[in-house]
Design a protein around this ligand. Structure first.
Ligand code: AMP
Length: 377
C-alpha cells in the first residue's frame, strides 16, 4: 500500500470520504470529535456529507484529475458507499492508504462474489445459483426451488433490482425485466426475523462487535431496528461471531455489517455484507459509549478501537420520504428521544431523511409490548 501510515493519524489530519451520503456525514461528525478533518468526494453537490465537512470535491468518480487532487489533499481514504467504481479506489490506493481496501469493496459489489465469499468465511447461506443468460434459468430454478428471489448481482439496494417469483413463467418475466445484467437466484427463505451485526476491525487486526439487532423493513427499506435482537442468545452470538469472521476474512480496516435471516429452528443464514457503517447500526450513536461511526473513524485513522458495550436498550426508526420528514417537529419535542436529521434538501419518496432513537433501561425490550416500545417513535 503506497504511502502506508506507520502510526495513528495525528489530530488535524484529513480523512477522505468517497460518497456524500448520511453515512459519511455521521462518520465525519465522529471524526471531528477526534480532532480530524474530513474531505468528501461526491458526484453530486449539496449531499449530507458535504454539509458538515471542512472540504469537498464535487466530481464524477471517473475524473482522474479530481481524484489525484483529492488524494493530495487527504491522508487516508475511506468510502461510505460500496458502489464506488473499483478503478476509483485503485487509483487512490496507489497514492494513499484506502481503508477498507479494494478487497472488501469488490467482494461486496457483486452478489455472486459475496455469496461465494460468505461460504468461504464459514457463514451458512441459503441455496443460490448464478444466471448469466436465459439458458441458465431452468438449472438455477431446479437448484434453488420455488418460490425464489432473483436479484441483479450489482447495484441493487433497498429492494431495487430484485423480484420474488413463484412460478417458472414469473421467473422468465422477471429475467426479461432485470436483464441484461447477470442475476443471482436465491431460494426464498421463510425467515422468522431478520437480524444484523456490526463489526469493527482496526489496523492491528483487533476486531470488536456490537450486539446483534433485529430489523424490520417497510417497502424494502429498513424501518425499525431493535437493539438487542429479541432472539435466542445462541443466534445473537452466532451473528456477532460471523460478523467478526467476515471482517477478518476481508482483511477489513473499518466497520461492516452482516445481515442474516433467522430461521424457525434458531439457525442463521447470511444474506449480505455492507463493508461500511450500516443503517442497522445507527442505534449505537445513542446507546453505546462509542458508535459505529466512532469506530470507523478510529479504525481508518489507525487508532485503537473503543468498547462496544451497550448502556441502554434502543429502538431506532428511519424517517423515510415526505411522511417520515413530516414527523420531525413532533419527534424533536418528544421526551427522551434522539432525533438525527441528515440535512437533505428534498424529501423524495423512499429517501432516508433521518432517524430517531428511543432508549430504554437495559432489559426493557425483551419484557415490554411493542406498543410501549414504539410510542413516540
Ligand atoms: P437484500 O437487498 O438482499 O438485502 O434484500 C432486501 C430484503 O428482501 C431483505 O431484507 C429481505 O427482507 C428480502 N429478501 C432478500 N432475499 C431474500 C430471500 N432469499 N428470501 C426471502 N426474503 C429475501
Amino acid at each position: 500500500m503506497t504511502g502506508a501510515l506507520t502510526g495513528p493519524l495525528p489530530p488535524g489530519a484529513t480523512i477522505g470520504i468517497l460518497g456524500g451520503g448520511q453515512l459519511g456525514r455521521m462518520t465525519a461528525l465522529a471524526a471531528a470529535r477526534l480532532g480530524y478533518r474530513c474531505h468528501v468526494f461526491s458526484p453530486t453537490p449539496g449531499e449530507p456529507g458535504t454539509l458538515v465537512t471542512a472540504a469537498s470535491t464535487i466530481a464524477p468518480y471517473e475524473d482522474a484529475a479530481a481524484l489525484d487532487r483529492f488524494a493530495e489533499a487527504v491522508d487516508v481514504v475511506t468510502f461510505e458507499f460500496e458502489n464506488v467504481p473499483a478503478t476509483t479506489v485503485e487509483r487512490l490506493a496507489a497514492r494513499r492508504p484506502c481503508r477498507p481496501g479494494i478487497r472488501a469493496l469488490s467482494t461486496c459489489q457483486d452478489r455472486l462474489v459475496e455469496k461465494a465469499f460468505l461460504e468461504r468465511a464459514g457463514v451458512p447461506v441459503g441455496p443460490w445459483a448464478a444466471i448469466h443468460s436465459a439458458a441458465d434459468l431452468p438449472a438455477a430454478l431446479a437448484r434453488v426451488g420455488l418460490p425464489a428471489v432473483l436479484k441483479t448481482t450489482r447495484l441493487g439496494y433497498d429492494g431495487r433490482g430484485q423480484a420474488i417469483v413463484r412460478t417458472a413463467e414469473e421467473a422468465e418475466a422477471a429475467l426479461a425485466r432485470l436483464s441484461p445484467h447477470p442475476l443471482i437466484a436465491e431460494a426464498f427463505i421463510p425467515f422468522v426475523a431478520e437480524i444484523s451485526a456490526v463489526a469493527a476491525r482496526g489496523v492491528d487486526g483487533t476486531t470488536v462487535t456490537y450486539d446483534a439487532v433485529e430489523n424490520r423493513h417497510a417497502h424494502h427499506i429498513l424501518d425499525l431496528s431493535f437493539a438487542p435482537a429479541r432472539v435466542p442468545e445462541s443466534a445473537a452470538e452466532a451473528a456477532r461471531h460471523h460478523a467478526s469472521a467476515v471482517a477478518r476474512e476481508l482483511d477489513l480496516v473499518g466497520v461492516l455489517a452482516v445481515e442474516f435471516f433467522l430461521l424457525a429452528d434458531g439457525s442463521l443464514l447470511g444474506n449480505e455484507v455492507a463493508p461500511r457503517p450500516h443503517n442497522s447500526g445507527h442505534w449505537t450513536i445513542d446507546a453505546c459509549q462509542a458508535s459505529q461511526f466512532d469506530q470507523h473513524a478510529r479504525a481508518v485513522a489507525g487508532l485503537p478501537l473503543a468498547p462496544t458495550e451497550r448502556h441502554a436498550d434502543a429502538v431506532m426508526r428511519n424517517l423515510v420520504g415526505p411522511e417520515g420528514m413530516s414527523l420531525w417537529p413532533a419527534l424533536a419535542a418528544a421526551p427522551g428521544l434522539s432525533l438525527h436529521l441528515y440535512g437533505k434538501a428534498e424529501a423524495r419518496p423512499g429517501r432516508k431523511m433521518g432517524h430517531a432513537t428511543r432508549l430504554f433501561p437495559p432489559g426493557t425490550l425483551s419484557s415490554s409490548p411493542e406498543s410501549i416500545l414504539l410510542s413516540h417513535l
